[in-house]
Design a protein around this ligand. Structure first.
Ligand SMILES: [Zn+2]
Length: 458
């Protein structure tokens, strides 16, 4: 037999164990993880000496071509997917626009599918709910499932733009999760605190963000979600948790009980602080939830190391520097920053002392398991998609503004990161190497997902 691709000389790690091995690929699938001494024929051989060979990374949280008022985020499914591949990400999860009812959900789903047509990276969608729909929680959940989106995002805040879902409806949604196989993704902030602070501060600027959306508003809302999930035995996933003390509160609220709650954070909350937000061009660092103080950042990293945080998503949503700096008022400022493409090096810089397995779980297998992408994504099992990353742990990243992004700045400018993606393989095809993207537009596939049962996920 002649294999299509062989990756030789590297240390292969799936998040549990690591071993010196050869990865053999045939017809887009992993054929086997072979002994390094095994001799074979392959059309192409990639030398992975001094590198790790890992399952393709997964970004569970991106916003490509997102419209926010008068602004639109600058990376679309072409630039966004190129950025992803350059950072070893082979699967992204984007969000269907917030829908008020089942019909709108289907309509917005079709629209987003069209927008994603040219994606070079495999992609999946989360459904998003706006407010409290006229339909029942069960109907909305079933509609999302029928579209291959078992994960449904809700907001506990943004009542000002009618996106807030009331706790009663959230409880109904959580009630459906076990029965139907859905998961509720929650943007958790206390709406009353946020609204009250906003009413007290009419001419707010970007450096007021931490006062307008304080850590306590997140910590309280995350704890509430834990209680609601416990009450319903529901499956809940809190997105973009920004503060270490929110994780501590969630963990202590959950106690020893087997509550199905998964906590996600973002690279920016692990790497940056409000010192950037409060600097002269701080508007360039404005996102929601905002960057926090050093104490919260350090605690968040501790929580990631202790595996109290399971997944890292970028919440990638960059805007041009001109748009960020155009006005000094917060109300005109598009909120969101770009990190896609840099996650692996950021997380490796922070986690390398913990070893390669934790890094792989955080970057790939945890998200794959929780979002229902496993084992085709996030594993190295024979017969599954050959999504692979060759990662050089001693590599360096200094010029952090990628040529692939549509954005003209990076919030990470000036930093030097450890670890570098050398090759990315998506379904058996070399997608990125030597600073080049090798896949055509439209290579990426939509991944419709089945209902989720976290009781069988470890
Ligand atoms: Zn988001």
């Amino acid at each position: 037999m002649i294999y299509d691709l062989a990756l030789t000389g590297g240390i292969v790690c799936d998040g549990c164990s690591s071993v010196a091995a050869t990865v053999l690929v045939k017809d887009g699938k992993i054929w086997s993880i072979a002994d390094p001494a095994y001799s074979f024929d392959a059309k192409r051989n990639i030398d992975c000496n001094d590198c790790y060979v890992l399952p393709g990374f997964i970004d569970p949280h991106v916003h490509l071509k997102l419209r926010l008022g008068n602004h639109e985020s600058v990376d679309d499914f072409i630039t966004g997917s190129e950025l992803a591949l350059s950072g070893g990400v082979t699967t992204i999860a984007d969000f269907v626009d917030p829908a008020h009812d089942c019909m709108e959900l289907e309509e917005f789903f079709r629209k987003r599918l069209l927008l994603a047509e040219k994606s070079k990276v495999d992609f999946s969608f989360h459904a998003t709910l706006a407010g409290n729909p006229a339909s029942t929680a069960e109907d909305f959940s079933n509609k999302a499932l029928s579209l291959g989106c078992p994960t449904i995002k809700v907001f506990t805040t943004y009542s000002d733009s009618a996106r807030k879902t009331e706790d009663g409806f959230l409880l109904d949604l959580l009630d459906c999760t076990r029965k139907l196989g859905t998961v509720v993704l929650v943007h958790a902030e206390n709406d009353e605190i946020v609204r009250y602070r906003a009413s007290q501060s009419k001419e707010a600027k970007h450096n007021d963000l931490n006062n307008l959306r304080p850590v306590i508003s997140e910590r309280e809302a995350v704890s509430r979600v834990v209680l609601l999930a416990a009450e319903t035995d529901g499956q809940a996933y809190v997105v973009h948790v920004s503060a270490g003390s929110s994780i501590v509160a969630a963990t202590s609220t959950a106690g020893d009980s087997k509550i199905n709650i998964v906590l996600e954070t973002c690279p920016q909350y692990l790497m940056l602080t409000d010192a950037s937000l409060n600097s002269e061009k701080g508007a360039l660092f404005a996102c929601v939830p905002p960057l926090r103080g050093e104490k919260e950042r350090a605690l968040l990293l501790e929580m990631l190391k202790a595996e109290k945080v399971s997944t890292v998503g970028t919440d990638h949503c960059p805007f041009l520097s001109g748009a960020k700096l155009a006005s000094s008022f917060l109300k005109d400022l598009p909120l969101g920053i770009g990190t896609l493409g840099l996650t692996a090096s950021i997380i490796w810089s922070l986690l390398r002392e913990e070893g390669i397995s934790l890094f792989v779980r955080v970057m790939s297998s945890n998200a794959a398991r929780r979002l229902g992408l496993y084992p085709d994504k996030g594993s190295l099992l024979p017969g599954t998609d050959a999504d692979l990353v060759v990662f050089d742990p001693e590599g360096q990243m200094n010029n952090l503004l990628s040529g692939y992004t549509g954005c003209d700045y990076t919030p990470y400018e000036g930093l030097s990161l450890a670890g570098r993606v050398k090759h990315t393989v998506l379904r058996g095809r070399v997608a990125y190497e030597g600073n080049e993207i090798l896949l055509p537009e439209g290579y990426g596939r939509f991944i419709g997902r089945d209902p989720l049962d976290w009781s069988v996920v470890s």
